[in-house]
Design a protein around this ligand. Structure first.
Ligand code: SF4
Length: 317
């Protein structure tokens, strides 16, 4: 994009935000340009918390649909905009409401814990929501003998089950980005950069997690790079987080972990990258596309999210 075009877009977005009392909440997996014009950048948990605590009339969500839906559920009085309604999520798509209802009835008597990466309909079927930042603490907040259904990410579910030792039945869903990292390519990178620390998200497969020096949510990985004294990292999560890692650690080197198919660009989330500066400008101008959720679903989906936020607040997460 030409610099003058970009400057026009940025000044247009800034003007519209002020005129309309709007804020932009952006996920760490957005492009650097979008992260830099956002009022707040964070992971799913932090963005949910921010959606509640702000004085804006309009929230423009630079992220994917389930995130914008979560903001609408938590702040139904506000207008919530998503610049492209096709910005979905392969993980959320792997768990359809009809199939999940059947799964719950086949495993009745279990507490349903779902990851925030789900549609509003799935949240409405859940007892409690978690994010990758608080999944272990949410599971540990339940009584030790409680039987659990965990959905939709099988890698995160296995990771949490190993950490907590709880009785969990896990839905067979995956994220197309985190599931696709190549162990072999990561180990080759490590050979070329022996001092590099391998840091990965818990949505990665077990063999990748086993070679990691640190496993954590997107925000934990960022925090780790700030506290750790290494100077080079192989990063096994969506490549967008490297923008913040580099901003926070100007002297350090960050190498994206390669996917299995090095031609497919899988370490980029294609859904996250559907959001562009042009779409943000148009969306603010027209106040469209807007997120709408059936009221009955919204009310049911809010309870398990509030339960998560209450536990997170008590634990200072
Ligand atoms: S990175 Fe994976 S889990 Fe996150 S929005 Fe993209 S597809 Fe969904």
């Amino acid at each position: 994009m030409k610099t003058e075009n970009k400057e026009q877009l940025l000044s247009g977005i800034k003007r519209l935000k002020e005129e309309k009392n709007a804020i932009i909440l952006a996920h760490y997996y957005q492009t650097g340009d979008i992260q830099d014009i956002a009022d707040f950048v964070g992971d799913s948990l932090a963005l949910s918390q921010k959606a509640v605590v702000n004085n804006a009339d309009i929230i423009l969500f630079a992220g994917v649909k389930f995130m914008a839906e979560t903001a609408k559920i938590l702040a139904p009085e506000k207008k919530v905009l998503l610049p492209d309604l096709n910005a979905g999520c392969s993980l959320a798509d792997s768990c359809k409401a009809e199939d999940f209802k059947k799964f719950i009835s086949e495993n009745s008597g279990r507490t349903v814990v779902t990851y925030v990466n789900t549609t509003a309909e799935i949240k409405a079927l859940s007892d409690i929501i978690c994010t990758s930042s608080n999944a272990i603490q949410i599971i540990e907040s339940l009584p030790k003998d409680e039987k659990i259904i965990f959905a939709p990410d099988k890698n995160l579910g296995n990771y949490v089950q190993n950490k907590t030792g709880r009785d969990m039945i896990i839905w067979n869903g995956t994220c197309h980005v985190h599931h696709e990292f190549s162990l072999e390519a990561i180990l080759n990178l490590k050979k070329e950069n022996p001092a590099a620390r391998i840091i990965v998200h818990p949505e990665c497969e077990l063999p990748v997690r086993l070679v990691a020096d640190f496993i954590g949510s997107t925000s934990s990985l960022l925090q780790y790079t700030k506290k750790d004294n290494s100077t080079c990292y192989i990063v096994g999560t969506e490549v967008g987080i490297i923008h913040q890692m580099q901003k926070e650690n100007p002297g350090k080197i960050f190498i994206p972990a390669p996917p299995l198919d090095s031609t497919c660009g899988c370490s980029e989330c294609s859904f996250m990258k559907m959001i562009t500066l042009e779409k943000i400008l148009n969306c603010l101008e027209n106040e469209d596309p807007e997120i709408f959720i059936d009221n009955e679903i919204l009310v049911k989906a809010k309870m398990p999210i509030l339960r998560m936020m209450d536990i997170s607040d008590k634990l200072g997460l």
